[in-house]
Write a protein that binds this ligand. Sequence first.
Ligand code: NAP
Length: 249
Amino acid sequence: MPNILLLGGTSEASALARLLADADMPTTLSYAGRTDHPRAQPVPVRVGGFGGVEGLARHLRDHRITHLVDATHPFAAQMSANAVEAARIAAVPLIALTRPAWRAQPGDRWTHVPDIAGAVAALAGPPRRVMLALGRMHVDAFAAQPQHHYLLRFVDPPATPPVLPDHSLIVDRGPFNVEGDSALMQAHGIELVLCKNAGGTGAQAKLLAARALDLPVILIDRPVLPPRDEVHSPHAVLRWLGHAADRGV
Ligand code: NAP
């Protein structure tokens, strides 16, 4: 019988949890614990870090995990690298459920930067009204460019206020759509959007809104991850599970 550990924190992981529950595949969904009220799930949930590679390898062995599925966000680079190494150590097959990166379409005015530091540097210059669509973890780095007005949108109210001297904060976990994001950008007089190249549909509304409003976008490229097997849909994970079971791994 399979016993699946699903590393989550994305809408794709939640969709896969639903499929696995419907298929009666024993699964535990793992959250890092970054949000205060994670969505209810149709499978058992565990919360919190494992304690690095060693901790995850131990967890895989102690809980007799037969398959590890990494459906974390493309920017959760540490967790994904740990999953590759821990799966190797514990000899547990690993698959990553990923989404293609967004690509510019006609009408998009995108500038690419490699990381958060590159994004901060790209904001040098006169004051602008910037939608900083990053989540709360990396926002404080932008205090190095204090001349801008920043529009922030977080899933939960922050425990301590962001250190940015001039900002508006909205708490909203979505889902978002183009009309809503366009209206938000117009209401706040946004001149520039800054976000990660997350890919997928869930977070795309802001980019479509920026295109519709002819706004420039600074897009942070994805971190490079170690080589691993990847699929792009929850159904493909189900097929992989069948295949892996057939081979007796
Ligand atoms: P990260 O930097 O790659 O991970 C840092 C540490 O957090 C990991 O080493 C691990 O701790 C723990 N961790 C991360 N994901 C975990 C999970 N699903 N289950 C248990 N422990 C986890 O990760 P992050 O970028 O902070 O992302 C954290 C979570 O938020 C992930 O679940 C991710 O899918 C979700 N998320 C991230 C972003 C983003 O932009 N980064 C956006 C949306 C959602 P130990 O080393 O102790 O095991």
